[in-house]
Design a protein around this ligand. Structure first.
Ligand SMILES: Nc1nc2c(ncn2[C@@H]2O[C@H](COP(=O)(O)OP(=O)(O)OP(=O)(O)O)[C@@H](O)[C@H]2O)c(=O)[nH]1
Length: 597
């Protein structure tokens, strides 16, 4: 054993931070409640510790929940569950190089399977490289399943009829398949030997508690075995944390709810907080913890402490907290050099994220660095180019930036959990910039992608409509109503469609005027279809001079249009129109030998 790791071994392990992700209604809150309540009363098991924004389940309580299956001792003090479930919390709670959470539970309703937010959660977990387990929830709802109560999954499983077992197995296979599509190799937890290579799926019921013992046991095992080194280093030393929320508290002014993930923080410490445009330095005037619930009758909800050790959720009182954003990082500092290092590190991190942008693309604004990184990843995955990506509310500069795109489909601002500053809407309207705003990543991207597809479709349609397409007509000499100014004559459309204003040419390539109007049965019509007979008026010709009474004429298709037609749109033409189109170059070349070459 090396010297360093021997020294590390003597240090205490800090509490791992666990976050719960999953689709709406798949059971995140119910699971957290179930874990909090435990299997027996809190008193017996040595109760849970309430933190600000988090709940600590001590190892004794976990052992108690897992007592039927607990095998060996662990050093962990417990698990700290982030109380705010969901992606927003996860992406906001971020620290250098990844997510704040050391571990995550991805909860999936086993009966419903993967949903959009499940997929989104998976991409986020992949972005932040967070080890996770899958809790396949609501097994009690599987038809024919008999719930024996708060027991280990394997015990409950062994008591089931074959039909219920088979149903569960099939559902698990479906999950394994889905996870595989996302690049994860997964299996039911009891069939896994190498937890570093395989994602464990633990069937549970957050309602009855079945499987919750194994879920906790696998989490504890993962933390102890695979995170040990990183957890060991963080109990003592420089305090580092993430701001959960900035809140006005009665009698205290502006305070910050924070999660301390590293080191020890003391009252009187100087701290540097990351701001959008630099670093703010202040000092800690007070550290508050919530009072245990039985003490709620006391005047204050909080109790003041002198210091706190990671990992923990606390409320900080400090001077000058205006402008501090949720999701920002902070760090205890001792010297000017520390401040400089903190600043440099933030700048570098920001640059690393921003640098991957394109010359032409949408403008992205988000509320935190974490959500910025997650959205950049999601947009890139969806093949959407990004011109500029920043943390902060949408301002007029963003509108100008978006409007400078050459492609209208990129004149777009994608705004995640941020405000539009005054005047932005008017400015966007003026410059033809669209703003997409949402609080859920997948629906934000979805609405943009749908809009873009629809716009593309409309443009394509318009482009096709604007093209001059091949058409061949024959004058009917028995229906010459007028010889000139304009000539009015009956025709038959031999191929394609004739439109008003179409320029005509003769079979020798010479010009034959243009269609001024078309009439059928006394009514003006804009289009005449193949096979139809009708009367048209033609400007610029005299029948009997430039035109014979039974002449065949073609619509003059411009060279550029002919190219587009030939390349992309031949399948939209009728057989007759195709034939007419094939005759056309020969006719044009009688006048211009290089036509279409
Ligand atoms: N039968 C059964 N119902 C469950 C289970 N877990 C959750 N539910 C129910 O599913 C519904 C949604 O559960 P929640 O815990 O609120 O889900 P959530 O994921 O926190 O939902 P959001 O907070 O809205 O994202 C509630 O009615 C729960 O009672 C379970 O294991 N079995």
């Amino acid at each position: 054993m090396s010297k360093k790791s021997k020294k590390d071994k003597d240090k205490q392990l800090r509490t791992p931070i666990v976050s719960v992700l999953g689709h709406v209604d798949h059971g995140k809150t119910t699971l957290l409640d179930k874990i909090r309540k435990g299997r027996v009363t809190a008193k017996e098991a040595g109760g849970i510790t309430q933190h600000i924004g988090a709940t600590e389940i001590p190892i004794e309580m976990i052992k108690n929940i897992c007592k039927d299956i607990w095998r060996k001792e662990v050093e962990l003090p417990g698990l700290l569950f982030i109380d705010t479930p969901g992606h927003k919390a996860f992406t906001n709670l971020r620290r250098r190089g990844g997510a704040l959470a050391d571990l995550a539970i991805l909860i999936v309703d086993i009966n419903e399977g993967f949903k959009p937010q499940t997929e989104e959660a998976l991409s986020i977990l992949r972005t932040f490289r967070t080890p996770f387990v899958v809790a396949a929830n609501k097994i009690d709802k599987i038809p024919a399943w008999q719930s024996p109560g708060f027991v280990p999954f394997l015990k409950s499983y062994s008591m089931q009829e074959d039909i219920a077992k088979n149903r569960l197995d099939n559902k698990i296979y479906e999950l394994i398949g889905k996870l595989y599509e996302f690049g994860f190799s997964a299996d039911r937890f009891d069939r896994i030997t190498d937890f570093t290579r395989n994602v464990a799926i633990i069937p549970i019921s957050a309602l009855t508690g079945e499987g919750v013992p194994e879920l906790l046991l696998v989490l504890v095992g993962l933390a102890q075995r695979f995170l040990e080194d990183s957890l060991r280093l963080h109990v003592s030393g420089k305090a580092k944390g993430t701001i959960l929320e900035v809140k006005e508290e009665k009698g205290m002014g502006i305070t910050c709810d924070v999660i301390l993930y590293d080191g020890t923080l003391k009252v009187g410490d100087r701290i540097a907080i990351a701001m959008r445009d630099g670093v703010k330095v202040t000092h800690v005037k007070g550290i508050l913890k919530p009072r245990p619930s039985q003490e709620m009758r006391l005047e204050s909800k909080f109790r003041s402490v002198k210091s706190v050790v990671a990992a923990a959720g606390v409320k900080l009182i400090a001077a000058d907290l205006e402008g501090v954003l949720a999701g920002s990082e902070f760090e205890a500092i001792e010297s000017e050099k520390d401040i400089e290092e903190f600043r440099k590190r933030l700048e570098k991190e920001y640059e690393e994220i921003e640098i991957r942008t394109d010359e032409e693309g949408v403008v992205l604004k988000t509320d935190t660095l974490g959500s910025l990184e997650a959205l950049i990843n999601e947009l890139k995955d969806a093949g959407i180019k990004i011109k500029n990506a920043e943390v902060g509310d949408v301002d007029k500069r963003d509108v100008i930036e978006a409007s400078a795109n050459r492609d209208e489909l990129n004149r777009v601002i994608i705004a995640f959990s941020v405000k539009l500053l005054p005047g932005v809407e008017e400015e966007a309207e003026k410059y033809g910039v669209r703003v997409f705003r949402d609080e859920i990543i997948y629906s934000l991207i979805d609405s943009f992608v749908k809009w873009r597809e629809e716009e593309k479709r409309l443009r394509e349609k318009q482009k096709i409509e604007e093209l001059v397409k091949p058409c061949k007509i024959k004058l009917l000499k028995e229906y010459i109503f007028r010889r000139s100014k304009p000539a009015v004559v009956g025709i038959r459309v031999l191929a394609g469609e004739l439109k008003r204003d179409a320029k005509l040419i003769k079979a020798d390539g010479s010009p034959a005027g243009s269609v001024r109007s078309m009439q059928k049965e006394g009514e003006n019509v804009p289009v005449a279809k193949e096979g139809e007979e009708l009367a048209i008026s033609i400007d610029g010709v005299t029948i009997g001079r430039q035109l014979n009474g039974d002449e065949v004429l073609y619509v003059d298709v411009p060279e550029r249009h002919a190219r587009v037609l030939e390349k992309d749109l031949m399948d939209t033409l009728s057989e007759e129109a195709k034939k007419a189109f094939q005759e056309f170059p020969e006719i044009k070349r009688k006048v211009n030998p290089f036509w279409g070459k």
